[in-house]
Write a new protein. Sequence first.
Length: 277
Amino acid sequence: MARKAKKLPSAKHAFVELSRRGPHDVLHGDLALVGLPGIVCTPRTGTNLPAVVFGHGLLQPPRRYLALMRHLASWGIVVVSPATHRGPLASHRLYAEDMRTALDIAAGVRLGDGRISVDPNKLGAAGHAMGGGCAVLAAAEDPRIKAVATLAAAETLPSALDAAAKVKSPALHLAAGEDLLTPPVANAEPISRAWGGPVQMRTIKKATHLGFTEGVHWTQLLLHGKPEYHTQRIAKGLLTAFFLRALANDRRGDLLLNENIKGATIDQVNTHGKLAA
């Protein structure tokens, strides 16, 4: 782990560095082999690693976020993503429970060939759209979750907005400026304002709802947007800086977390506290 790494000299340098693939070789496999349908991505080796559960968006398979998950793993973070509740009538409450179960698996099972272990005190949650709202629900019920990040978060049932006030862990919410399905004004903004701990919100100006996804999928005929490289790159850099700081005390991305970058400025109205003091 690079927890002793020094801060990079500017926000731009930090973004360029952390949006690139990290120093670890990456393995990925089927989470079903250890008890739950989904994907797991890990560094090739490592002990007492941080872990993040990632929730998929409505109707989306976890493979649409594989590049982001592999990116985090290349920086030393284990990522698990349950592939349950993918239908149009998905249960948000049950999917949040599956996300918590995925963290149980990550923290309780030796991954890979037994050379990878997770520190149960270094757990985070993230997700896109529905999965972002479910990450909030999971964090409100699970004090083990020490950091939360969402991408175009969607309101859920039960309410992620109500749950947000119960979460004291730091959070990073990235909204899509051209999102017609989960517009920031009705989703990410009120969730951020209600957050019970330090929170930062940024709106990626030219992003659409599906900009965070990758590959081609039939839902692009129904839902708004399409995969966008610039949106994915911003998400990779900011989520890497955030989870390294919150879960591994790696400070190299501090300037990135505290300053604006092109295309994703900090929304001061819906931000309170510091992610990197």
